[in-house]
Design a protein. Structure first.
Length: 190
């Protein structure tokens, strides 16, 4: 293939990929609700990446590069719908959508039934977990015996700090115990 034709094909593919990326960016900033923005973020970027990868394949003319480009596009093809789905679920659960823009709300009945089941079972679940030593009912420090429940039999809490183990941090700067339990309001990363 001549150099001029190759450069023309690469240029067309690059401009097409850039236009798809631009369309995704404009859609993210201009569309009115979460569901429309989610669509704009996932659909054009997959095609845009494919066009960029095809431009790379034409430019470098190497068969060894094709599997790497194919894997790159495959991962994008697999992860973009999953991330869009998760964003959509989170937006629906947190009510970040405009119901008047939905034609059909298929999740409304399902969510309503799930909430009824949770409310009906809330009292029985709390009663069945009372006194279960495997349930951590307070975020305090835990004994080294392996039990998650650090309450003693009388109903009070035992605040015995486990013995220092090699590598364990003690003192005011310690955010976690040797068992890995966190104090409220502190992150283990520091």
């Amino acid at each position: 293939m001549s150099s001029e034709i190759k450069d023309l094909i690469v240029g067309i593919l690059m401009v097409g990929g850039a236009l798809m990326s631009l369309a995704a960016a404009i859609g993210l900033t201009r569309f009115p609700d979460l569901m429309s923005r989610m669509h704009a973020a996932s659909k054009p970027q997959v095609l845009g990446l494919l066009l960029f990868l095809l431009a790379m394949a034409v430019q470098f003319e190497s068969w060894a590069l094709l599997p790497v480009l194919a894997v790159c596009w495959l991962f994008m093809l697999l992860t973009a719908p999953v991330s869009a789905h998760m964003i959509g679920r989170a937006g629906y659960r947190t009510k970040h959508l405009r119901p008047e823009l939905l034609t059909i709300d298929e999740l409304d009945d399902v969510v309503g039934r799930a909430q009824e089941l949770l409310q009906a079972g809330a009292g029985t679940a709390a009663e069945s977990d009372a006194g279960d030593p495997r349930v951590d009912d307070d975020p305090g420090e835990h004994p080294p015996a392996g039990s998650l429940d650090d309450d003693d039999a009388a109903g009070g809490t035992s605040r015995q700090v486990p013995e220092a183990q090699p590598g364990a941090v003690r003192g005011a700067e310690a955010d976690t115990t040797t068992q890995g339990a966190r104090r409220p309001g502190h992150s283990p990363e520091g």
